[in-house]
Design a binder for this molecule. Sequence first.
Ligand code: PLP
Length: 503
Amino acid sequence: MAETTTFSGNRALQIEEPLIFELGSAGRVGVDVADAPPVDEDRLSGLRRKAPIGLPDLSEPQVVRHYTRLSQKNYGIDTGFYPLGSCTMKHNPRLSEKMARLPGLVDLHPFQPQKTVQGALEVIDTLAHWLKGLTGMPAVAMSPAAGAHGEWCGLMAIRAYHDDHGENHRRRVLVPESAHGTNPASAAMCGYSVDPVPATDRGRVDVAALKAKLGPDVACIMVTNPNTCGLFEDEILEIAEATHAAGAFFYCDGANYNAIVGRVKVADLGVDAMHINLHKTFSTPHGGGGPGAGPTVLSEKLAPYAPLPFVVHDGDGLRMVEHPESSGGAKPFGRVKGYHGQFGVFIRALAYILSMGSDGLRQASSDAVLNANYLLARLGGTLTPSFEGPCMHEALFDDRFLKDSGVTTLDFAKALIDEGFHPMTMYFPLVVHGALLMEPTETESKETLDGYVEVVKALAAKAAAGGAADEFKAAPKYTPRRRLDETQAARSPVLRWKPGSNA
Ligand SMILES: *Cc1c(COP(=O)(O)O)cnc(C)c1O
């Protein structure tokens, strides 16, 4: 419970919000409905409900206020600076939102006859065309619903290729230690064993160690570039060459593509498959874990194994291929999703791409790198940068600057919340101690970055001065809830409200 000195438990207009089940009173309704028509019990085979359904009884204003207040407790990219590293929280242009709400697009149904949705198929096809053009890759699977889903899709295509070529003994995947957790998870879900590759003290893949691990049972490597330390893997060509020489594929985690889009064609780096998080690079919203989209570009070798469905051009215009028999001799490994992928996200990404143009995209990646280096330069003397030299799209610090202060990375991040900033990414990547990873993106102004820098510097000075550990550990002070017992919440989550369980 937040500490409070008010009678109501509220803090000004920040109102204590109960569960919806704790609101209302029996028999209250928000709508006028006619008496329920008689139900023919026979047709329900005895399944007719015997007890009340247990929904709360509320008026319309109660419902509206409840959900509006909950929505106001959200911190989002539309309310403030969100320097989360790795996850790339950048502005979602209102133009793209407007396009996604065009009645001709928003009112479509996935079961409509294809001849009535030629425009929608063209949206998918045009976006696919751009993704192939920007990456230099010949094919793209559009349907994966997120980055992790794209990883899994790419690995499934790799697996299908190996199985099809009598190489089904290739079941080991090499993953650098700095990888995002989704990489080993996707590999494991695909039936592979995961073999970690160490990092060098330059924050990059240890190429010698990687080469030593390559062998006839390796299906692929999964390398993120730029990597999760915000650094470009400058030995990537050598890595790709050694991988291919061992008969394995190079899966590139493209979550950080926003740092290089318009500057590098990933095909030139020897990539065989790479997902593109449209919700990171192409500025579409991340909404509470979805919907994002993770189209996965594929090389010539992997293209035939791409999942269904996909769009092709033929005599009558555009056609969605839904079945292997009509796929023109391809060998799709299956489907990864119902329907065609996240269509609303495709519209936004295409609107963003077309409004930026290829020169604008190149400018955006340059500005993202510039902004991150601005943070690195301005904070480098106060915090402790983990690696020497400039960074790409995100700046990585470790907790050496907090040494002997009694303040941890977690305490520091919580103190930032009281200052009105969403914290940076903490404790990731795992290759440095107590990581603080910051990604400003190209969409933040210099004023915003300067305001953030001043606060981070002031907090660091306070920690360094000593004697402030207790105060840091008490943060956040001004949020509706203070520190939560995250371990307890993860180990024994209370997911269901039961009548009478109001505490
Ligand atoms: C975000 C991210 C992913 C996973 O993408 P989702 O869209 O969240 O599933 C994978 N790898 C890296 C490096 C990421 O930053």
